[in-house]
Design a protein around this ligand. Structure first.
Ligand code: ZN
Ligand code: ZN
Length: 487
């Protein structure tokens, strides 16, 4: 078969290369190293001539477009340059002070000017909140688990007013978070992060996934994204075509392949890891968990993004927040959706030997010594897992990239628990909100609640020692009350 070209690079970004770390072609994007075909969309588009791996192709420009979407969502309501043509677009005053001049006031709100394009803007939420008491009450009811309908009835407002308030509160929360996020990333000596993802609405089969990355120890959540864009309409080809733009939207006509292997109950850690590899291989595209949906209902409004694009953009954003000279460790659940993205966008850091990436599964007792470690090669990729087992505990670790492959050390320290707990807690706390029949195909209403929840979780929620995540990281000295979140 003739060797074709790879999808064009965009702004110096080329994410198409062999993702097998031990392969000679790892990180290399010369087309002749691969067999590339795009006549049959049902077959792998690219096969590595060295190791036979078949990493799915991506449209690099579309990864950047997705990154732009995520950033503009993050900065909604934040003081940042809004000029899409400007290189400072979406970079907030809180994280990038040096890019802006303070430029007087508008009422009691601070005005800024972009040093690059001279655009001026006000910090919308720097003034005082005149609806504080009302919003505090609304938020308290929401966190108690009342449905939108009940809250509207109690507060004598209509749903439109309810959602307007939620949007305002979310904007204030994003602004608060941006200040604490900046405090953390600018002062941390290194980063120990844990990523995790789940379907946003587990009972809805609507293809919306929620990706989250936070500090592995304190549980402070740094970044969360969903592959759903409420204000766009999908366009592009029915089959993913990385050679054309747009390529990142899931089309309305998307149908499931129903390839989920029959579910078996895993009785041991090894069985669970092995079954997860079967689940992954059952997907048409190993990096796309939509291939495991046995039924699928497109959200009634907005556009769904092919999950790998959101994942690549998520990690590009996370890495851009962490200064280049600080070491990063990222713990991941066993899934190529996160692995490929984290590995690919970390290429410069892998070369600079300043990153560790690994899969983690299972639990180990705190301060419990690791007796012996079994090395097992698993899955189609023959991934090298280090497994420790006792009668009560089992933990597995697959070191994916880095220079510090010390299984005993990582088996003791690596953990996804804090990030997974954050997501599980959201789904428990807002269960009735998430599963309202009308909401199933309308995920848009949940997006501002995610921001509010992140703020509450990082700044207000106290662990059993009475300490918040922000306190654990030394970002504040005391927990924040709901009221402070809103002022
Ligand atoms: Zn290879
Ligand atoms: Zn600008």
């Amino acid at each position: 078969m003739a060797s074709g070209d790879l999808p064009a690079e965009a702004n110096g970004l080329q994410l198409n290369f062999c993702k097998t770390l031990a392969c000679d072609n790892f990180g290399l994007s010369d087309a002749e190293r691969y067999v590339v075909q795009h006549t049959n969309p049902k077959r792998p588009a690219m096969v590595c001539r060295e190791c036979g791996a078949f990493p799915p192709l991506l449209n690099n420009q579309e990864v950047l477009n997705e990154l732009q979407r995520l950033r503009s969502y993050h900065c909604a309501g934040l003081p940042a340059c809004r000029n899409e043509e400007c290189q400072n677009f979406g970079l907030s005053v809180h994280t990038h002070k040096h890019l802006y001049h303070a430029f007087g006031y508008s009422g009691d709100r601070q005005r800024y000017r972009c040093k690059c394009c001279q655009l001026t803007f006000v910090d919308k939420w720097s003034g005082s909140n005149h609806k504080l008491a009302f919003q505090e009450n609304l938020l308290a009811q929401l966190f108690t688990g009342y449905s939108v309908r009940e809250i509207c009835r109690k507060l004598e407002i209509n749903p439109k007013t309810f959602y307007d308030h939620i949007e305002h509160i979310a904007s204030r929360c994003r602004r608060k978070l941006a200040m604490f996020d900046a405090r953390w990333v600018n002062h941390a000596e290194q980063f120990e992060l844990a990523s995790h993802y789940v379907p946003l609405q587990p009972k809805s089969s609507n293809g919306v996934f929620w990706l989250t990355t936070g500090d592995a120890k304190s549980g402070y959540i740094l970044c969360q994204n969903v592959n759903y864009s409420p204000d766009e309409e999908p366009s592009g080809e029915l089959d993913h075509d990385p050679f054309n733009t747009p390529a990142r939207y899931v089309p309305y006509q998307y149908t499931t392949e129903a390839n989920q292997p029959p579910s078996m109950l895993a009785s041991s850690l090894r069985e669970r890891i092995d079954q997860q590899y079967q689940v992954i291989l059952a997907r048409g595209n190993v990096e796309d968990p939509m291939g495991n949906l046995s039924s699928f209902h497109y959200p009634s409004k907005g556009a769904l993004i092919r999950p790998p694009y959101t994942s690549y953009a998520h990690f590009l954003h996370v890495l851009s927040l962490c200064p280049d000279d600080r070491r990063i460790t990222i713990y991941l659940p066993q899934d190529p959706l996160l692995r490929s993205a984290a590995l690919s966008v970390s290429l410069p850091r892998i070369e600079a030997k300043s990153i560790d990436l690994m899969y983690v599964d299972g639990k180990w007792g705190k301060d419990l010594p690791i007796p012996k470690v079994d090395i097992v090669h698993m899955g189609w990729w023959r991934d090298r897992w280090a497994i420790a087992e006792t009668a009560e505990h089992a933990k597995g670790l697959c070191y994916l990239a880095g220079e510090r492959n010390d299984p005993k050390y990582w088996l003791q320290h690596a953990s996804l628990e804090r990030t997974a707990f954050y997501q599980a807690r959201f789904q428990l706390l807002f269960e009735s909100f998430i599963n309202e029949p009308r909401r199933k195909l309308r995920p848009a209403g949940l997006l501002p609640v995610l921001d509010i929840f992140r703020a509450w979780h990082n700044l207000c929620y106290q662990n059993k020692y009475g300490v918040t995540a922000a306190q654990s990281l030394g970002l504040t000295s005391s927990p924040m009350a709901l009221r402070e979140l809103l002022s």
